[in-house]
Design a binder for this molecule. Structure first.
Ligand code: NAP
Ligand code: GCO
Length: 262
């Protein structure tokens, strides 16, 4: 029941990072994977990276905030590959700026990519999923779907909204056998979090690096590959009775008060 043979899976923003790891995992479970990125050079690099893993993925250049481009990409995928059975809304950005210093334009940009885009892409794939008799939508949420922290006001607002968009798609389309769930990763070692792990000029660890390890029971950053099992589960028929759920893959961060400083 964890196999995805015969299914078409679209993972947005999946040239690298979490999206790439999840797409690879879905492919290894049998899915035909398609992905998009903003830049052709990244799509090309992504295709090479998938090929190096023995995966024949199809890549499309598309900015997920551009509704016309998304609709055109989905139509092209349906024509060239098939109806999208599994959508992973992964593409996302973050801006780490104190709220009182963040411009409205910067706030809007994060909301656009992290919240409006999952709406746009989900809206584009749902009609064909209904016609086909069902589908799976997986939204990549965050610790910030539950918690706030300094400098990430736009991101937390977007990811909190994405949690509720997930629940609303579940509510509105469950009757059409569409399951919409979220994955809430903890702190994952990817380019997005690289600035939080940089070695300091004096050779010490970034303060945030030490902080997150103290907040994670296992005392470490998580790897993108550790999201693959949860993603395959939520993409497969094994989760047909799971709907509107945010599966936190955080190593226990949300359950833990944090390690007492020595
Ligand atoms: P990442 O390394 O920054 O990768 C993000 C991907 O999204 C990139 O391929 C990026 O492409 C693409 N993207 C950004 N804006 C796009 C747009 N408008 N249209 C199409 N593609 C776009 O981030 P990540 O760490 O893999 O994170 C992936 C997702 O997981 C995000 O939603 C993030 O919020 C979420 N997340 C990350 C963590 C973590 O600790 N890393 C934890 C929880 C949740 P470009 O390079 O062309 O911009
Ligand atoms: C940050 C991090 C986090 C992670 C992730 C945690 O600056 O706090 O980037 O936001 O990306 O979302 O779940």
């Amino acid at each position: 029941m964890f196999r995805l043979d015969g299914k078409v899976a679209l993972v947005t923003g999946a040239s690298y990072g979490i999206g790439f790891a999840i797409a690879k995992g879905l492919a290894n479970a049998g899915a035909k994977v398609v992905f998009n990125d903003i830049k052709q050079e990244l799509v090309d690099k992504g295709i090479e990276a998938y090929k190096a893993e023995g995966i024949d993925a199809k890549g499309y250049v598309c900015d997920v905030t551009d509704e016309a481009a998304v609709n055109a990409m989905v139509a092209q995928i349906e024509k060239e590959v098939g109806v999208i059975d599994i959508l992973v809304n992964n593409a996302g950005i973050i801006k780490r700026i104190p709220m009182h210093e963040m411009s409205v334009a910067e706030f809007r940009q994060v909301i656009d990519v992290d919240l409006n885009a999952p709406f746009i892409v989900s809206k584009a794939v749902i009609p064909a999923m209904i016609k086909k008799g069902g589908g799976k939508i997986i939204n990549i949420c965050s610790m910030m779907s539950e918690l706030g922290r300094e400098t990430v006001s736009a991101y937390a607002a977007a990811k909190g909204g994405l949690k509720m968009l997930t629940r609303n798609i579940c509510s509105e389309y469950g009757e059409f056998n569409i399951q919409c769930n979220g994955i809430g990763p903890g702190y994952i070692a990817t380019p997005q979090t690289a600035p939080l792990r940089e070695t300091q000029p004096d050779g010490s660890r970034h303060p945030f690096d030490s902080f997150i390890c103290a907040k994670t029971p296992a005392g470490r950053w998580l790897d993108p590959e550790e999201l693959v099992g949860p993603a395959v589960f939520l993409a497969s028929e094994a989760s047909n009775a799971v709907n509107g759920h945010i599966l936190y893959v955080d190593g226990g961060i949300l359950a833990y008060i944090g390690k007492q400083p020595k």
